[in-house]
Each structure stands twice: as structure tokens, then as C-alpha cells.
Write a protein that binds this ligand. Structure first.
Ligand code: GAL
Length: 366
């Protein structure tokens, strides 16, 4: 009798072990089912360092979180390529699309398809305009980027204490990128009063955003425009003095640097020149004393935030946002998460870029 009870106990134990094992197995199957969910990541170009970094960060972090990732780059800023890639992501079963648009106003039709199929869309770094398919936006505080650049020029020319006048030329980025409204707008909010008072002079008279735009954020286009300004205004170390050039980002600043170097400028007499992204080429220029500053946007932080957004959307919870007033895409305000940009010069790059593991010293060696 006793043996029978003993046998029963053993049986119970065995059954409960089997039950636990089944439960764990079921959980892991559910886990795997969730892990198989597919996320499309669409980046604008591979020709710029920043988007390669953003793309690989996103892929890595999404895969770590258990998702399958379809990462695509839109050729070299080619809108039809980006649209075709998004169509494939939609038909290929992606549940969320993370998009950095080449032209913020060119995705209305393709994203209507995404919305019709219940696919969530997150605008990555650049807002996507004129579509109600965008659920969330994650970026850096783009107005602050412009303000930091404008403040740098104001402080380094000592516009509040020196008499001037100082000559400046202005460059921003691609006209289809909504960010330039914020970069250029933020910088001009600081600089315009000095332009209006005559302390800052734009000899070319090219002061409107459209006149200062650089299609495709192209280094070559920026170089050509700077060369034309040098020729037409006679800028040069022995010619008309050029005190500063406002540039919204590094790829544009690099074109300006090339033109200025060709005109004979060197570290000891280089105009103040701003940038953004802390690209390797620009960091080398900053360390050798030509470009003056860049803006550090830690793309690891942005990718991390977007992965959290994707996760929340797919788990049916609310993604974290910290701005619900700034970014209207023409259909209403898009809830946004803004990461913090900081300025970077040769005085603080070690702490910002090297100590944080963003670059090694060897990568920035001349
Ligand atoms: C902007 C972006 C900048 C810069 C630029 C050129 O939208 O915010 O960081 O990379 O595009 O690609």
C-alpha cells in the first residue's frame, strides 16, 4: 500500500515536471513567434557616414530585442528606390516601418498603403510630411542644433562686444528635408538681429533658406557654391575678408572647407565654420584647425529610443514621447521623442567621442 502511495507521489512529481517543461516550451514558442516579427528600416543613403551608422545601430539593437530586420538604403538619395523598398517591406510582412525620408513629402501614397494594412510608421530623424500614416517621430532637438550653431558664431565673433562689421555666408541642407527649417531657423533666430543691424554682412545677399539650400546635402554642390561666392565676392586670405560661414552639417561643411583651402585659407586664418554630425572627415578638420565645430548627435541613443518605440508599438503599449507640440507634418502634431544634441570642438571631443566609445583616437588620426 505504502509503495503504491510512494509510486503515486513519484508519478505526481513526474507529471508536474512535464507540465512545467510544457509550460516553458509554450512560453518559448510564444517568444519565438514574437521574435519572428519583422521590422523595416529604411535609410536615405549609404554615401554619408551618419546613415550607415544609424542603419547598423538600428539593425543590431532590433535584432538584440528579438526582431527580424529588413534594412534598406535608398540608393544614393534616390526617392523612387526608397518608395520601391517601402512597397517591398509592406508586401513582405513588416509590422513596423522605421523611415528616414529622402524627401519628406514624397511618401504620402506608399504610406497610405502601410496604414491601410495596419502597419505602424515611425519617422526617424526626419519628419515625414503630409501623411496621417506616421504614428511617432524620434529625432534630436533640431531647433537646438541650429541654436547651438548660431550661438557658436555669435560667441566666437564676439558679436555683442566687437564693433564689426563681419562678413558671413550661409549654407543649409536639402530643401526636401524638413529638418532644415529647424537647423536654419534655429541659427537665424540667433544671427538675424546682427544681420539686421549690419554687424553681420552677407555680401552675396543670399539670406533666404532656399538660396542657401544644398541639394542632397552634397559636398560637391556646397563646394561649387562656395567657389562661386569666392570668385564673385573676391573672398580670400589676401582679398575680401570672410569671417564666418554658417553650415548646417558636416557634408556641406566639407565642401566649403575644400573651396576655402583651394582659395588659400589654412588653419591660421580659416573663417569660423560650423557643422553637424561629428563625421570622421569633419572631426579630422576640427583637430587640424580648419572647421571650428560640429554638433554631436549620439546616434546610439536615437536608435535605442526607436527600438523602445517599436517594442512598445508591437506590445500594444504607449511609446515614450517628450514633445507633443513642435512637429506638425501637415496633418497634425506627431508625438515625438527628442534626443539632446551637444556642440563638439577640439576642446571637448575626447570626453564626448572617445571616452564614450563613439570613436577610437586611431579613427580620428590625420
Ligand atoms: C539631416 C540630419 C543630419 C544630417 C543631414 C544629411 O536630416 O538630421 O544629421 O545627416 O540630414 O544627411
Amino acid at each position: 500500500m505504502q509503495n503504491m502511495f510512494k509510486g503515486c507521489g513519484k508519478m505526481k512529481k513526474l507529471l508536474s515536471v512535464v507540465a512545467v517543461a510544457l509550460f516553458v516550451f509554450a512560453l518559448s514558442v510564444c517568444g519565438l513567434a514574437q521574435a519572428a516579427e519583422k521590422v523595416g528600416v529604411s535609410m536615405p543613403t549609404q554615401s554619408l557616414q551618419r546613415w550607415n551608422q544609424d542603419g547598423s545601430n538600428m539593425k543590431l539593437q532590433l535584432e538584440k530585442a528579438g526582431y527580424v530586420v529588413d534594412l534598406q538604403f535608398g540608393g544614393d538619395n534616390d526617392v523612387p528606390t526608397q518608395v520601391a523598398q517601402l512597397e517591398n517591406m509592406i508586401s513582405g510582412g513588416c509590422k513596423v516601418l522605421v523611415i528616414s525620408a529622402i524627401d519628406g513629402s514624397a511618401l504620402t501614397t506608399v504610406l497610405a498603403d502601410a496604414k491601410a494594412q495596419g502597419i505602424a510608421v515611425i519617422a526617424y530623424d526626419r519628419l515625414i510630411m503630409n501623411t496621417d500614416a506616421v504614428s511617432y517621430y524620434a529625432t534630436f532637438d533640431n531647433f537646438k542644433v541650429g541654436s547651438l550653431q548660431g550661438q557658436f558664431i555669435r560667441d566666437h565673433l564676439k558679436l555683442d562686444s566687437e564693433a564689426g562689421p563681419f562678413n558671413i555666408e550661409l549654407f543649409t541642407g536639402d530643401p526636401g528635408d524638413n529638418n532644415i527649417n529647424f537647423f536654419f531657423g534655429g541659427a537665424m533666430e540667433i544671427l538675424k538681429p546682427y544681420i539686421d543691424s549690419g554687424k553681420l554682412v552677407v555680401l552675396s545677399d543670399q539670406k533666404a533658406k532656399d538660396q542657401c539650400a544644398t541639394p542632397g546635402w552634397s559636398t560637391e554642390a556646397a563646394q561649387t557654391r562656395m567657389e562661386n561666392l569666392i570668385t564673385s565676392r573676391g573672398y580670400g586670405p589676401n582679398g575680401t575678408k570672410l569671417h564666418a560661414v554658417y553650415s548646417s552639417n558636416d557634408s556641406v561643411a566639407n565642401g566649403i572647407t575644400n573651396a576655402l583651402k583651394d582659395a588659400g585659407y589654412a588653419a591660421q586664418n580659416f573663417p569660423i565654420l560650423t557643422g553637424q554630425d561629428c563625421d570622421v572627415t569633419s572631426m579630422k578638420n576640427i583637430l587640424s584647425g580648419t572647421q571650428s565645430m560640429s554638433i554631436f548627435k549620439d546616434t546610439r541613443t536615437l536608435a535605442n529610443q526607436v527600438v523602445k518605440m517599436v517594442d512598445a508599438l508591437l506590445k500594444g503599449t504607449k511609446p515614450e514621447v517628450n514633445d507633443t507640440t513642435t512637429y506638425d507634418n501637415g496633418t497634425g502634431i506627431i508625438p515625438s521623442y527628442l534626443c539632446d544634441p551637444v556642440f563638439c570642438t577640439k576642446d571637448n571631443y575626447k570626453e564626448l567621442l572617445i571616452d564614450s566609445g563613439y570613436y577610437t583616437e586611431a579613427q580620428l588620426a590625420q
